[in-house]
Design a protein around this ligand. Structure first.
Ligand code: NAP
Length: 249
């Protein structure tokens, strides 16, 4: 039995990740900050014969994270896959670096950066009990400094600070955790799902949430000789190709 926890698993890319991992036979723990939304997601997953359980988990609330870790320990005794998927996007209307308030910056970082650190550290003792654990941090190409900084690339006109910089920070977290955990055989990679039609962007993305979720599934099921410490996924912004692959940081 392989046990996977997906934060923000109640909708969007996280829900599809839970479904796809469940269809591969994993037991999926659907992290949701709302008990009701988590329960509804689990009902939908069970309707397609996925073994799913709802876990109340707000990544900005340390008590909620501790309670989730305690429950997983008690009921499952270990964790094989952690998908740090929960994320939010906010920012000023004009996107200018000088326009964003510290309040918005803090809010975005609480979820997209500090939340990942808090959840990862709380789940690490459980992940260390797995024979080959995988951590997937759901990042974005907009956090790739080389892609953002290419004057000839599609992200050059993008102006936004809170969300892209939070994903750039997440990329560095990925590398640092990958280095720390390589001896333990735990692979830590960052996923770029690509621009997917979800609530996060008013459903404007050109990929489906399922297509985005396949990126996380690829990294979560990486064999033992696969890479650790890479940003992997949709390369259309960075390389102009729709084939998934490694993306420069
Ligand atoms: P989404 O549909 O808005 O889903 C976001 C999920 O995160 C929801 O389940 C949401 O829960 C949850 N969440 C937000 N704050 C949370 C918190 N404090 N604690 C726990 N859960 C929380 O967006 P999505 O597009 O699927 O996003 C999933 C991930 O993909 C994010 O990390 C996002 O940055 C990343 N991503 C998305 C795209 C894209 O084009 N969509 C591209 C690149 C990367 P509620 O239902 O309670 O709000």
């Amino acid at each position: 039995m392989t046990i996977a926890l997906i934060t923000g698993g109640n909708k969007g890319i996280g829900y599809e990740t839970a479904r796809l991992l469940g269809e591969r036979g994993m037991t999926v723990l659907v992290g949701s900050r709302s008990e009701e939304r988590g329960r509804e997601a689990v009902q939908r997953l069970r309707a397609v014969r996925v073994e799913a359980y709802a876990v109340v988990l707000d990544v900005t609330d340390e008590a909620s994270i501790a309670a989730a870790a305690k429950r997983i320990d008690k009921e499952f005794g270990r964790l094989d896959v952690l998908i740090n998927n929960a994320g939010i996007a906010q920012g000023s209307a004009d996107g200018r670096a000088s326009s964003d308030t510290l309040d918005v910056m803090r809010r975005v970082y609480e979820t997209n950066v500090f939340g990942v650190v808090a959840v990862t550290n709380a789940m690490l003792p459980l992940l260390r009990r797995s024979p080959s654990a995988r951590i997937v941090n759901v990042s974005s190409e907009v956090g790739s400094i080389s892609t953002q900084g290419n004057p000839d690339g599609p992200l050059w006109p993008m102006r936004s600070v809170p969300y892209p910089s939070s994903k750039a920070a997440l990329n560095m977290l990925t590398m640092q955790y990958a280095k720390e955990l390589s001896e333990a055989g735990i692979k830590v990679n960052a996923a770029n799902p690509g621009y997917c039609a979800t609530d996060l962007n008013g459903f404007r993305g050109y990929r489906t949430p399922e297509q985005g979720a396949r990126v996380s599934v690829h990294l979560a099921t990486m064999p033992d000789d696969g890479p650790t410490g890479v940003l992997w996924g949709d390369r259309s912004m960075s390389h102009g190709t729709h084939e998934d692959g490694v993306i420069d940081w």
